[in-house]
Design a protein around this ligand. Structure first.
Ligand code: THU
Length: 157
């Protein structure tokens, strides 16, 4: 078995106006991260099918394991604010304490699992756009592509 993950690498200038807007919103949301322990800010912005944009940021805790990643904050917000909504596209960006990065960040394993659940819930692709504050952008057609052989609801049957 040989599993491949299709990722399109594009320049920022190649993004559509909507994609650029989503990325700008995520970069703006980095200020809302609560990351005093790692100093590593992460923000996610999701565009819903109705055009609404919902953002999420990592929220750390003095009890370290209590902290939650930006992607799962955004997914929880979407499903709480707009239950049943379909996410067309989600962008994930970050800012380390050392200053803006240049290379895209891929979601952690737990967030990939949460993104698979969202894909199953909405029964339609959930595009992912991964980008630092400058540099190239990685486009993933469907977030589930990032977690091959995922555990899904059908495994519980
Ligand atoms: N983090 C995210 O928010 N998303 C990821 O996909 C990777 C990691 C956060 C968790 C923690 O607050 C900080 O980044 C450092 O790991």
């Amino acid at each position: 078995m040989n599993i491949q993950v299709p990722i399109e690498v594009v320049e920022r200038s190649e993004l559509s106006a909507r994609q650029r807007e989503l990325l700008e919103q995520a970069i703006g949301a980095l200020d809302h991260a609560h990351a005093p322990y790692s100093g590593f800010r992460v923000a996610a912005a999701a565009r819903l099918a109705n055009g609404q944009i919902v953002t999420g940021t990592n929220q750390e805790n003095a009890s370290y394991p209590v902290g939650i990643c930006a992607e799962r904050v955004a997914l929880s917000a979407v499903n709480s604010i707009a239950p049943g909504a379909r996410i067309l596209e989600m962008v994930v960006t970050y800012r380390p304490s050392s200053g803006p990065g240049h290379t895209p960040l891929a979601p952690c394993g737990m967030c990939r699992q949460a993104l698979v659940e969202q894909h199953v819930r909405q029964k339609d692709a959930l595009g992912l756009m991964l980008a630092a504050e400058s540099g190239p952008v990685w486009l993933v057609g469907n977030a589930s592509d990032l977690l091959p052989l995922a555990f899904t609801p059908s495994d519980l049957d």
